[in-house]
Design a protein around this ligand. Structure first.
Ligand SMILES: [Zn+2]
Length: 298
């Protein structure tokens, strides 16, 4: 029991800050060797985690909802522009652009298209160049009781010939080695927790199994709408253990729009005209998915 934590548990929103402080203490202790503060920091993080208080949304994230007047009461789609701020994501092969800038451009275009079409409401985890942990991103979907969560990314691989888009949905077992690698890369993007429980354990939860099934159906739909419109990888729907999808508590996919490590894909992904094809496929898949699920639920 650490006095600092005892006080802040009751304070609710202050706990996120307390955890951050504890994490910084821990990081500092790791760099400078063992100090008396180290054990205290470990205890503080563990304590906050068991209290499930790490999902408190920091004030920096906006709850703004974008919607046409006709879309009042419609399901909310949360669009997550991957990376941001101190986390640039992958750098393009030309060196001229970072993943975080392309994901934000694509996220804004998808938001505008969905709002214009008027069938869903939209929220964004970020609409500027800021850093968010994966838990903070997922918390936006939780807080808004989102119907759908779409995390947007740009792929990168050592093989300069690798091209095309991939749609990932959550699974405890990766569909292939590259899917496992992609999840490992994106899971590095900053979680509030060190582990957070294995997916295998959470599979015992019926809600989590439903979420995985619904996410797989959604991913299939996105692959179907994308086919013939822009380049997809072979077997474009893949499975992996993405932290941000696991925590979103809604049908969720992680969309890798193409490889910015490939010169042709980079040019296409930097072209707003090309991104229009991607945005239209995503928008149509999102709307169809939301419509199907609301029919089943009502
Ligand atoms: Zn990424």
């Amino acid at each position: 029991m650490v006095p600092m934590i005892t006080r802040t548990v009751a304070a609710g929103a202050a706990i996120a800050g307390a955890v951050t402080v504890a994490a910084l203490l821990l990081a500092g202790a790791g760099r400078t060797g063992a100090t008396p503060d180290r054990n205290r920091a470990v205890a503080a993080v563990g304590e906050a985690r068991t209290g499930r208080l790490t999902m408190v949304l920091p004030a920096a994230v906006s709850d703004r909802i974008y919607a046409a007047p006709s879309a009042v009461g419609r399901p909310i789609v949360v669009i997550d522009a991957g990376h941001g701020g101190q986390d640039p994501g992958a750098t393009s092969v030309s060196g001229q652009v970072h993943e975080k800038d392309l994901t934000l451009a694509l996220a804004r275009e998808l938001r505008d298209t969905l709002v214009e079409r008027g069938r869903v409401r939209v929220a964004m985890t970020r609409d500027d160049d800021r850093y968010l942990t994966l838990d903070e991103r997922a918390a936006v979907a939780q807080r808004l009781d989102a119907s759908t969560f779409v995390s947007l990314h740009m792929d990168s691989a050592p093989n300069p010939l690798a091209r095309g888009a991939t749609i990932y949905s959550l699974s405890d077992v990766a569909s292939d080695a590259e899917a496992a690698r992609a999840a490992a890369a994106d899971n590095r993007g900053g979680s509030d927790e060190a582990g957070g429980g294995s997916v295998a354990a959470m599979l015992s939860d019926l809600a989590m199994r439903d979420q995985m099934n619904a996410s797989a159906e959604f991913a299939t739909r996105v692959a179907g709408k994308s086919a013939g419109r822009f380049e997809l990888r072979p077997e474009p729907h893949r499975f992996a253990d993405f932290h941000v999808l696991r925590r979103a508590a809604a049908p969720a996919i992680l969309f890798e729009a193409g490889y910015i490590s490939n010169a042709d894909d980079e040019l296409l992904l930097r072209d707003p005209e090309h991104r229009k094809a991607i945005v239209l496929a995503l928008a149509q898949a999102i709307e169809a998915d939301v419509a199907t699920r609301s029919r089943i639920e009502s």
